[in-house]
Design a protein around this ligand. Structure first.
Ligand code: FAD
Length: 482
């Protein structure tokens, strides 16, 4: 696989033996062990189909105790493992590089409690995000997190990648919204901080090591998430222009005018929109013609719908009078709102179906978004299409090079080789981040040293060694050369 070539591998881990399988079978029961080649396949390949591992054993524990026993055994025997949730991660972090054992959390899927007074949800880490969203909705609450992969990704994966998504602008990160969690360390120790208290300052907060830890320190088994009251009204508009300066003017204006009702603000270039429209066979809500850039603006509040519509309309009129856009559509119904969101959220799915993608998920000043899309397209010429979209309100751009089909691995490698140094140098020059929300995984492991202070990496390595001295947790990801 591509990943195998990226890293010179010297495996220090033990090879799986029949006696190990016997042990796992004893702990989990044979029904929670997958060894059959065809059944294992989906656990070995990531969402982008670029990273393919060679694992021959998948374990599906049903409770925390079993995870403790499995990890303790793997640690003693020096068997490497990869924690896997919904396997929707986009940086090759959730699949093995070689023959690591996959520990899937999919059977750890109990919703334990929801407290309608505090808004705290307690659940196991293998719960699917959308299931949790629907559960808390029935109490008049919402999850602080929403993203295109909600139907498959799991809350443990969301925490481990510190997933951002479309609500980040209003509700902040998983660091801010996680009240407590349980994590099992490689030696089988359970760290438990699920007291259900928002305020609890008792020295170092180890939870933050696991949030964004990408499965390299331990396995999250349970968590407590702070949910927020569900707004009673929302409105969305789509703004279009060929002039990126106008998009920036609308961004600034919407932030100021909508203030705390602003709940999402997303950027898409036409190429991104087109992928989604073609994939879902839907019409562009802006019918006049195709524009180069689009801005999706969402506001939500507890005021009545008419009041929110009025606020939105006045804002659009003012923007129109000040010549800030060329065209705009204001949604007239909930179903139109859903269509506009489908276009935005469907881009990843549409491009993933089109063929290989060289993906970048970067943070940089919003004024540089159009420039980097144009420069990377110039760099690769007509070999593939560069598309750009993302959470512009947070300065997060998804910059993707889309290649037709899954046959031409040589072209994928060539474009990756051409684009990666260029994009990462550009980001470093602009003092941005090489990973806004998807994490480092395998894809960016070689670029971390040039983008993070040397001393910080040294301390990360010391923390990794303290939690996982044999390095069995998700090896080759995030940090190399331990
Ligand atoms: P996986 O892919 O299974 O794993 C991701 C990482 O977490 C791996 O390193 C894995 O080892 C580790 N891990 C998983 N579970 C555990 C656990 N219980 N304990 C310890 N480690 C664990 N990401 C965003 O941030 N914002 C977006 O807007 C966004 N949109 C997306 C849209 C689409 C269509 C897709 C396919 C992906 C998107 N992503 C986005 C990326 C991805 O969905 C998120 O990173 C998600 O949080 C991963 O969850 P998962 O359960 O699929 O984790």
């Amino acid at each position: 696989s591509l990943a195998t070539q990226q890293i010179a591998i010297k495996s220090k881990y033990s090879k799986l033996k029949a006696i190990d399988i016997e042990f796992f079978s004893g702990v989990l029961g044979p029904e929670n062990i997958i060894q059959e080649h065809d059944e294992i396949k989906p656990y070995n390949i990531d969402f982008t189909k670029k990273y393919v591992g060679q694992c021959s054993l998948v374990l599906t524990p049903q409770n925390e105790k079993q995870i403790q026993e499995i990890l303790k055994y793997c640690n003693e025997k020096k068997l490497a493992v990869v924690p896997q949730g919904g396997n929707t991660g986009l940086v090759g972090g959730s699949v093995p590089l070689q023959d690591e054992i996959v520990i899937s959390t999919k059977k750890l899927n109990k919703i334990i409690d929801f407290d309608p007074i505090t808004g705290i949800l307690t659940c196991e880490s293998g719960c699917i995000l959308e299931v949790l969203q629907n559960h808390v909705k029935s109490f008049g609450y919402m999850m602080p997190l929403d993203l295109g992969a909600k139907g498959s990704c799991m809350i443990g994966g969301n925490l481990s990648t510190n997933a951002g998504g479309i609500k980040f602008i209003k509700y902040g990160s998983m660091h801010g919204n996680t009240v407590g969690l349980n994590a099992v360390l490689p030696n089988g120790t359970l760290l438990d901080s699920t007291q259900g208290l928002r305020g609890s300052q008792k020295g170092f907060d180890l939870n933050h090591m696991f949030i964004g830890g990408e499965g390299t320190l331990g396995i999250i088994t349970k968590c407590q998430i702070l949910c927020h009251p569900l707004p009673t009204s929302r409105q969305v508009s789509l703004i279009a222009s060929d002039d990126f300066e106008q998009i920036l003017a609308c961004l600034r204006h919407a932030k100021r005018e909508l203030n705390d009702t602003l709940s999402a603000i997303e950027f898409m270039d036409y190429e991104s929109v087109k992928f989604s429209l073609d994939y879902f066979k839907i019409e562009n809500p802006i019918r006049e013609r195709n524009y180069k850039y689009y801005l999706l603006i969402e506001a939500s509040s507890n005021s009545c719908q008419d009041q929110l519509n009025q606020q939105f309309l006045e804002m659009l009129e003012m923007m129109g009078e000040q010549n800030m856009y060329q065209d705009a559509a204001l949604c007239e119904s909930e179903s139109q709102i859903e269509t506009v969101w489908k276009i935005r959220e469907g881009i990843s799915m549409a491009t993933a179906n089109n063929g290989f993608t060289v993906k970048f998920d970067v943070s940089l000043q919003s004024q540089d978004f159009a420039d980097i899309i144009d420069k990377t397209q110039d760099l690769i010429g007509s070999k593939a299409i560069m598309i750009g979209h993302g959470h512009i309100g947070d300065g997060n751009l998804h910059l993707n090079c889309t290649i037709k089909g899954f046959d031409n691995k040589e072209l994928l490698k060539e474009l990756q080789k051409q684009l990666e140094p260029f994009v990462f140098d550009y980001i470093n020059d602009k003092k941005g981040s090489i990973s806004a929300e998807h994490g480092i995984g395998l894809q960016k492991v070689n670029y971390l040293p040039q983008s993070k202070q040397k001393e910080q990496i040294q301390y990360m390595k010391m923390i990794k060694n303290a939690f996982d001295p044999h390095g069995i947790m998700n090896p080759y990801k995030v940090l190399t050369d331990l």
